[in-house]
Design a protein around this ligand. Structure first.
Ligand SMILES: Nc1ncnc2c1ncn2[C@@H]1O[C@H](COP(=O)(O)OP(=O)(O)OP(=O)(O)O)[C@@H](O)[C@H]1O
Ligand SMILES: [Mg+2]
Ligand SMILES: [Zn+2]
Length: 447
């Protein structure tokens, strides 16, 4: 071990003389005192070189923890010079400038030395850090030397400090890698779970879309059936109407005209002029019937006025017929804004709903509203009468007005609902989606 007395020069000179320990012991010349001295000197040098070659910091400690010898590692670790640290307290050297009264290293050294002084022969260990270095400290009593009662100046204990920073760093790095691996696994698991969930949602969404598609396909089938049924019904009604009114009237006219001709031939049987007058009246009645039939198919007023004005006109007419009721109209659309294909259904709905109010509601007030936004056309009829809930299942089944109205709405792509109005009375609502072309037409009509 290097001592304070040793200089680099003397170590260099003795280098060649270094030998294995046992060989050095054998080489000691026996009787010669100088030779013995030289052999001791050589053995000491060998030991110092060996100690200096260690990677650990090795120190011999005195009874008060003072450094008696140390190897070169003290310099490698920049704790001082080999000669400079001798005599200093081991804690002061290891922990330069430490003022911590509860310092674990100071406590450890004191405890170990106290124990050794008391005769304990075991080894004391501590793991701690000195600056940036992570170290393992071992204190063990000097071998072959009594721990108590030894002379002053004798070393009591050996302190070995092993730098485990590299090991620590490797362990830290391993832990970091481990945790980053765990993070990556966790992230990957999460990503997989997310993908799985998305996939499941997508499957559910598709299933729902499929169900909806099937539903709307069924609805479409039902609607076309309804449409065909409605057309069929309309045809039957027109046929019946033509048969009952026009057909019968024309038969009557034909018969009357034949009778008139007969009277012309045989004037004594009666006055042909009166019979012809009757025929003319019949023809007028027939013309009237035809007008009313065609009026039912598409109310003429729609062509004369446009949908909004026709609704306005109907409401005014209604108010005149039922003076016990006040009728409020709120028309948020102009004639040109109501798509042509919806004009009849709007007008017919107003007719049916107002007639229902008159027939069933006993209301004092009714409000009719026609409005439109970017996507839909709305019609609303609200009364303050007895309320739709009063309608018995029987009466609902019996009447065909609301059923027809609902069918018409559906056939034109709209929706219909009738509910108890908030407060009292009945609220009937219809709405139709507007196509792009409807919106374009509406924009032009507004200007
Ligand atoms: N505004 C209303 N207030 C209260 N009850 C109503 C109102 N509108 C309809 N109802 C009830 O709903 C039932 C069904 O109406 P719906 O228009 O279908 O048939 P109806 O008017 O009785 O006969 P139809 O319209 O075929 O001449 C009515 O009988 C009535 O009981
Ligand atoms: Mg009705
Ligand atoms: Zn300390």
């Amino acid at each position: 071990m290097a001592t304070s007395a040793k200089s680099k020069g003397s170590r260099a000179r003795t280098k060649g003389a270094r030998r294995p320990v046992r060989a050095a012991a054998r080489a000691v010349p026996r009787p010669d005192i100088h030779g013995r001295q030289a052999a001791i000197e050589r053995a000491k040098l060998d030991w110092e070189s060996t100690a200096d070659a260690l990677a650990e910091l090795v120190c011999l400690l005195g009874g008060d923890g003072e450094l008696m010898r140390t190897n070169r590692v003290v310099e490698d670790w920049s704790l001082g010079t080999v000669s400079g640290v001798l005599g200093k307290n081991a804690h002061t050297v290891l922990h330069p400038g430490c003022r911590n009264t509860r310092c674990s290293i100071a406590g450890f050294l004191k405890h170990a030395l106290d124990e050794i002084r008391r005769g304990t022969r075991r080894q004391f260990e501590l793991q701690d850090s000195i600056g940036a270095r992570f170290v393992h400290l071992t204190v063990r009593p000097m071998r072959g030397r009594p721990t108590t009662g030894s002379e002053r100046g004798d070393a009591r204990a050996v302190l070995v400090v092993t730098d485990q920073s590299a090991l620590h760093r490797a362990r830290d790095e391993l832990e970091r890698l481990n945790s980053s691996l765990e993070d990556r696994v966790r992230a990957r698991t999460q990503a997989l779970a997310d993908a799985n969930r998305d996939l499941r949602n997508e499957i559910i969404r598709r299933e729902q879309a499929e169900v909806a598609l099937r539903g709307s396909r069924n609805e479409l089938v039902a609607l076309s059936e309804q449409l065909i049924g409605a057309q069929e019904g309309e045809r039957k009604r027109i046929a019946l109407e033509l048969h009952d009114s026009v057909g019968q009237s024309l038969s009557a006219v034909k018969y009357t005209l034949e009778r008139g001709m007969e009277l012309l031939r045989q004037p004594r049987l009666g006055n042909p002029a009166a019979v012809f007058q009757l025929a003319v009246r019949r023809i007028q009645e027939t013309a009237e019937s035809i007008r009313s039939i065609s009026m039912n198919l598409r109310p003429k007023i729609l062509d004369d006025l446009g949908a909004a004005s026709a609704v306005q006109w109907f409401c005014r007419d209604f108010a005149e017929i039922y003076p016990s009721m006040t009728v409020a109209t709120e028309l948020g659309v102009s004639d040109g804004q109501v798509p042509d294909r919806l004009a009849t259904v709007v007008y017919r709905s107003v007719q049916e709903l107002l007639n229902n109010v008159a027939k069933h509601s006993d209301a004092k007030h009714v409000a009719v509203k026609l409005a439109m936004d970017e996507s839909r056309l709305f019609l609303e009829v609200r009364d303050n009468g007895v309320g739709f809930e009063k309608a018995t299942p029987e009466s609902r089944r019996h009447g065909s007005g609301l059923r027809n109205l609902r069918e018409r709405a559906q056939m034109t792509g709209g929706q219909f609902s009738i509910t108890l109005a908030p407060g009292r009375g009945t609220l009937a609502q219809l709405s139709w989606p507007l196509a792009d072309v409807d919106r374009a037409v509406a924009r032009v009509a507004r200007v």
